[in-house]
Design a protein around this ligand. Structure first.
Ligand SMILES: [Zn+2]
Length: 295
């Protein structure tokens, strides 16, 4: 008892000058025109990481042209994954700086995603050469799965390692690992229907994916009701997509459907709303309910 009391008294005595020093600093008169930044005395609790999102892209060109474009032009990315059998992932822009990869963009309440994202470019041709004219000729509204070029397995392994590392370091939420098309649906279709989102989720726990049982449940439920366009668009907004408020599936709205399908129903991306697409969207909203805070 006596020993404890002594120890306590000693601790109190020892801590007194320290407390006095830290909590009540005496203002000192400035004696110079160069002021000192004090990072130690006061610390805020309210803070979070600046990086919130990872955006995946394909480059639509080969290794040499991708390197040239991303290192000498006005577009850039934090990381570049070439299509060659080496063990490298190239870091082109420090993570603490902005890379210019996202352009005019929106996701989950945030705009100008260059400010808050890490961009990863993967060398891939995108749409195979022989299909590139299909939209221009008016033959098709949107490219089907078969038009996209497959990614190399080694590239996907590199993407997996890199995304896992970035996600861990910044605490990025699954929904915020997105494709360029998710954040700019009327301008972009990369990383396309052959980017293996489901494989990354299942093998590496990367990104968001729906539960099959939920999808089946919602397919049955939707069949018994008739959701309005407004309700479906609201579900897109709930997930994070930007979509207009017209009461029609106009081109900008269909672009969002297509972007969603590229990501979550890649074998059959049509740009048309259907029961399965809406069921997947509902299943995702159920699983990933609640948004990140926007502080
Ligand atoms: Zn892109």
């Amino acid at each position: 008892m006596a020993k404890n009391f002594t120890a306590l008294a000693l601790a109190t005595f020892l801590s007194l000058p320290l407390i006095g020093c830290i909590t009540t600093p005496q203002p000192q008169m400035a004696t110079t025109e160069t002021f000192r930044v004090d990072s130690d005395t006061y610390q805020s609790q309210g803070k979070s990481e600046r990086i919130k999102t990872i955006v995946l892209h394909y480059t639509v060109s080969d290794n040499a042209r991708s390197i040239k474009t991303l290192t000498t032009g006005q577009v850039s990315a934090h990381y570049l994954i070439l299509d060659q059998g080496d063990d490298k992932i190239y870091n082109l822009v420090p993570e603490s700086e902005r890379a210019w990869h996202a352009g005019n963009s929106y996701f989950a309440g945030r705009t100008i995603l260059n400010d808050t994202s890490i961009g990863i470019e993967i060398v891939n041709a995108g749409i195979a050469q022989q299909y590139r004219g299909a939209l221009k000729s008016g033959e098709l509204d949107y490219h089907p799965y078969e038009h996209f070029v497959t990614f190399d397995d080694l590239q996907i392994k590199k993407v997996a390692q890199l995304v896992q590392d970035i996600t861990r370091r910044y605490g990025i939420s699954p929904k915020n690992i997105v494709g360029h098309s998710d954040i700019a649906p009327s301008r972009k279709i990369d990383p396309g229907a052959k980017f293996p989102w489901q494989q990354l989720y299942e093998q590496y726990d990367i990104g968001a994916w729906y539960d099959e049982a939920d999808k089946k449940y919602f397919i049955r439920q939707i069949a018994m009701t008739t959701p309005t366009i407004a309700q479906i668009k609201q579900a897109f907004r709930e997930y994070g997509y930007q979509i207009n408020t017209t009461n029609a599936w106009d081109k900008p709205s269909r672009d969002v459907i297509y972007a969603f399908q590229l990501h979550f129903r890649p074998l059959n991306p049509t740009g048309q709303m259907d029961v399965e697409t809406y069921a997947i969207l509902k299943a995702l909203n159920k699983k990933y309910a609640g948004r990140d805070n926007f502080y």
